[in-house]
Unconditional design. Structure first.
Length: 451
């Protein structure tokens, strides 16, 4: 009988990485293989494999563990774990605890040496793959839009759903064709980001495997078969494009409020950019007859006046991708094109006219230092008031005019007060007070007209 000892924390990190790579039900067994004085942990899933090299003390023959057994061991406290193999079982000593698990000395065949790779900055490459994954659509039949395209000919990482497109430049791959890498939660995992290295390797094998190396971890993903669309024709803006430069402070201002703007539950969750004398972003809730206008005081635009409607998810992606320079075709013939650094983001705008609105009844906010908090952005309901017919009298005309002016002044004061409310409850109460005051005024007018 031989044995080897490793730290439980290594097993826990490995278990978390594998969980992000494939579903637990797709991991039949874990292989532990001696490798140059260390131990290589290997997990095989459907069209995926992950290995991690860990320091070990002692020597042991190759063996396997069931995935459920490994999870049980990895969940213990961080102390040494000793494995001893004898015949068809493995003895695990974890502190004072001891367990026997079934094992098999027959392990899966591992790939040979990694393919030709290129070296990238780890954080930049992981971020690029994670962003591109947000712009994929596995349901598309015509194209393989469920994959991230690693386009060797143009050194780009591309993701698209057909209605939004993200192109990231500056990645020189060691191949010239398109490599379609499957989307994996692994690239966004904190366990991969925490590995003590600043470099990440990326390669591709002729047998259609995408290889990624991060420190002691190696990842193998089966490339996706299919065709990826050409996007070069979409990258050219129109000659008379109106360019909007969104200030970083305004971008943060929008992102802080975007999820609470009216109309989120509508089919396309639309918002409208209006570039006129000011830079405005509007949102409506037609069922509630309400709306909000965000005034972006720090942002500027050049070119003709323009208006564009978009799904708020696309706007959120553009801002989070850092694409703050956004171009709009004033004729509406070309999709908006957004740029920022090495990123280009394009999306399909929504069709249809902007709802009619009364600007005086909408909450207007700015992105200055005095911008209100989220609680101040609740939409102001546009309440329809019942018309009241008042019998006119020549003798009381002057009195009624004075009362009407007073009522209008009170209404304006209350409207300004509504702009300062912090919660929807206080807003409703203020509206009720306004209704009662207006009704009292109208009752006074009726009494005067009957006098």
């Amino acid at each position: 009988m031989n044995s080897t000892t490793i730290r439980q924390s290594h097993l826990y990190r490995f278990e978390r990485l594998v969980s992000k790579m494939v579903k637990s039900s797709e991991v039949p067994a874990i292989c532990l293989i001696p490798h140059g004085g260390n131990l290589k942990l290997c997990a095989f899933g459907n069209d995926a494999m992950l290995t991690m090299l860990v320091h070990t003390e002692g020597f042991v023959d190759p063996f396997t563990l069931h995935w459920a057994d490994l999870k049980q061991i990895a969940a213990r406290k961080d102390i040494d774990v000793t494995f001893s193999v004898e015949k068809n079982s493995v003895h695990v000593r974890h502190g004072e605890e001891q367990h026997w698990f079934p094992t098999d000395k027959k392990v899966n065949t591992l790939p040979t040496n990694p393919p030709e790779t290129a070296t990238f900055e780890k954080s930049r490459l992981l971020e690029a793959l994670t962003r591109a994954a947000r712009c994929t659509d596995p349901t598309n039949i015509r194209y393989a839009l469920g994959a991230v395209c690693l386009r060797g000919a143009t050194s780009q990482i591309i993701g698209t759903t057909g209605s939004q497109l993200l192109v990231q430049d500056g990645f020189a791959f060691p191949w010239k064709d398109d490599v379609l890498c499957p989307v994996s939660k692994l690239f966004a995992s904190k366990e991969l980001k925490e590995i003590d290295t600043d470099e990440m390797l990326l390669g591709y094998t002729p047998s259609n495997w995408v290889y990624a190396g991060v420190g002691e971890v190696e990842i193998w993903l089966r490339g996706i078969e299919g065709k990826f669309p050409k996007v070069e024709g979409l990258m050219k803006p129109a000659e008379d494009t109106t360019w909007l430069e969104i200030a970083p402070t305004d971008a943060a201002f929008i992102l802080d409020r975007l999820e609470t703007l009216p109309g989120k539950k509508d089919k396309e969750s639309p918002v409208w950019f209006a570039l006129d004398e000011k830079v405005l972003l509007r949102a409506y809730d037609l069922s509630e007859k309400s709306g909000i206008t965000l005034e972006l005081t720090q942002s500027k635009f050049t070119g003709k006046h323009a208006k564009c409607s978009m799904n708020r998810l696309f706007l959120k992606n553009a801002l989070q991708f850092g694409c703050l320079r956004q171009g709009f075709d004033p004729n509406g013939e070309n999709p908006p094109i957004c740029t920022g650094g090495d990123h280009t983001f394009i999306y399909v705008p929504l069709t249809g006219a902007e709802p009619e609105y009364d600007p005086e009844r909408m909450t207007v906010m700015t992105s200055s230092a005095t911008a209100p908090t989220k609680a101040d952005t609740a939409p102001v309901p546009v309440k329809r008031r019942r018309k009241v017919t008042v019998k006119r009298s020549v003798k009381t005309t002057a009195v009624k005019v004075g009362l009407l002016e007073s009522a209008e002044q009170i209404r304006n004061d209350l409207r300004n007060s509504l702009m300062q409310v912090n919660t929807l409850i206080r807003e409703v109460k203020a509206q009720r007070r306004q209704d009662r005051l207006l009704q009292t005024t109208m009752d006074s007018i009726r009494k005067l007209s009957l006098a």
